[in-house]
Design a protein around this ligand. Sequence first.
Ligand SMILES: [Zn+2]
Length: 455
Amino acid sequence: MTADLLVTGADLLATVDDARREIAGGWVAITDGAVTAVGGPADPEPDAVRTLDATGCLVTPGLVNTHHHLYQNLTRAFAPALTGGLFDWLITLYPLWARLDEEAAYVSAYVGLTELALGGCTTSTDHLYVHPRGAGDLISAEIAAARELGLRFHPTRGSMSLSVKDGGLPPDDVVQDDDEILADSKRLVDAHHDRSPGAMTRIALAPCSPFSVSTSLMSRTAELAADLDVRLHTHLSETQDEDAFCLERFGRRPVEYLADVGWMSDRVWLAHVVWPSEPEVARLGAARVGAAHCPSSNMILGSGLAPVAELRAAGAPVGLGVDGSASADSASLWLEARTAMLQGKLRHGAAAMNARDALEIATRGGAACLGRAGEIGELSVGACGDLAVWPLSGVAFAGALSDPVEAWLRCGPVSARHTVVAGRLVVEDGVPVHPGLDEQLAVHRRISERIQTAL
Ligand SMILES: [Zn+2]
């Protein structure tokens, strides 16, 4: 059988499959969007319509981004919000985000997903929780951008329903009522959620955080997600301020609150999870609740160092997230993987976390968070044909000869040479394949200026 794409001659192919096979001189064949064969120099390569030469490169599964707010790239490194912790940062930015509309959602997704693809990401989620009145269908707008670019996309229908007047953090004009949120959640699942293997678009439901949604919305969203059989996402245990908020408002810590509202389930993955106590880590692990680790954001906002090793040891799937572009500002999963490795060493010593652990979190771990274990995040026969080809040459890699996986993450910085989704190139020779980037950057500039103009 002739393959659609053959990626061949890699210095090393790190499959991150069940056996964690690493094949020097390895190759991967992709047909009809899925991996159809994996082999080494001794195995006969199939004929292919197209061949990509990966000489001098490391080939990995495409990286999986489990937490993001694409719209926030419209307010990156915003000067008035550079020094606050999470709550101050949010209060400064909510009024700007109230200006979102469909055009802003489309262009921020286009630019943000392009940025992710350049960093070797092939599947991204997004958490869009600001739906100003009259703004239009923001989620469908970002799905349109993902389809044009060819990235696998798991947007979440985010929501906020608890505003300042009810004791929450966001202003009144960016929250919606529970019934409106739930009806729109169902509409989006009906319109876009693809349950088939190899799906390019899946929807999850995602109330924003304990301090911005009502208790009833948390419970009712969990019931709706079970009815629709879709996944659930929210921010949890991000800061000590959140612990204090939950204790004061609910008389409970965030993880206890999560259990009370029916979220202690393997349908759930949580962003950040920085401050769970030891028993809470055990409880999350036992329930197989996933965690999206966002190391850069957690450092920039001063939130803390997440207990990644502890969560993994307890059985919780841990993935990697670049988080919103206005907190982490940069959106490279390579950078997040490296930072996760460095944080792991900082917490528990140099031997505690290595590049393979970080690669695993960035691939298989993310797949598990999104309910797609075995399908994405690994290069095995039958898995999606999503991969990244990383150059290991030039000044940054001179002398790094002994371990290509460690070199990949310890040297650099590095972007993907090629990024492939479902057997199709979305980045080729370090350049996005879709021709619209310059035009979209001009639109992005215009909309960013509008949104950032003083009230
Ligand atoms: Zn977030």
